[in-house]
Design a protein around this ligand. Structure first.
Ligand code: GLP
Length: 246
């Protein structure tokens, strides 16, 4: 039985998602939370910051990280996940770098960075809560269609639309290598709890495939049908094609 929550509108979605994260922290203040970036969680992070400011809760043992990070761009680029999460949430919650586990964006050995990133999470006891956005092509993290379900943390190509946007914003040359260091599918599936978030009508078709299509490496997010503790948090627009089935 899939655990699906459909929020009536965007505001309700943002509020519910904020409480999934705050709830995790209140329930077990010593926890490891994996975040995701992009348009979907942005309002939510603002809500969490507002609530923290008005009613501070204990974040002194919270460990944050982001499910993925861009490679070969300096952190000064505003689109880097480190910078986005710092600006949108980690600073406001007073999480120092010691408790914000992120791979570097520049390195001469990304394979080593992948291993170190994964080991650092394991050393903290593994992931208690992983928030995952949904790519329009079904990707989770930066695991594009075709990624092996057995994948560990690795450097993946970006999807074409996203890569074009990053190139436009950074002005890097066409032949300059860009990619994304991402938790692999297997690593993601080892999280104790996952909340998959999708909002807006542009995600409606993929939401249907993810939930009711075959579990296949062609649709990375479909693997979540097999996770024992995954909640699919979807707003009404993204749920447009599944309403009769839930
Ligand atoms: C990017 C990020 C993902 C994110 C996805 C969806 O690919 N690397 O982590 O989940 O976009 O983003 P949005 O919420 O903007 O649709």
């Amino acid at each position: 039985m899939l655990n699906i929550t459909v929020a009536e509108n965007e505001a309700e979605f943002d509020r519910l998602m904020a409480w999934r994260i705050i709830g995790q922290i209140l329930h077990s203040p010593r926890c490891v939370i994996g975040l995701s970036t992009g348009f979907t969680p942005a309002n939510t992070y603002q809500i969490i910051c507002d609530i923290y400011k008005r009613y501070p809760f204990d974040t002194s043992q919270v460990i944050l990280f982001n499910v993925d990070e861009l490679t070969n761009l300096p952190r000064s680029y505003a689109g880097c996940c480190y910078t986005m999460i710092r600006d949108q949430l980690a600073d406001a919650l007073q999480i120092p770098d010691e408790r914000f586990i992120m791979p570097p964006t520049m390195s001469d050995d990304f394979e080593r960075e992948c291993r170190d990133f994964q080991k650092a999470l394991e050393a903290k006891g593994g992931i208690d809560l992983q928030i995952l956005g949904l790519g329009a092509n079904g990707h989770i993290g930066i695991n594009q269609p075709g990624t092996a379900f057995a994948s560990e943390t690795w450097v993946s190509p970006m999807d074409e639309i996203f890569e074009a946007r990053v190139r436009r914003e950074t002005g890097v040359a066409e032949d300059y290598p860009l990619g994304g260091l991402t938790l692999g599918i297997r690593t993601i599936m080892h999280s104790r709890k996952i909340v998959l978030i999708a909002k807006g009508e542009s995600k409606a078709e993929m939401v249907e495939k993810m939930l009711y299509g075959p579990v296949t490496e062609d649709v990375p997010a479909s693997v979540l049908q097999l996770h024992p503790n995954c909640e699919f948090l979807i707003d009404s627009a993204a749920a447009a094609k599944i309403k009769e089935r839930i």
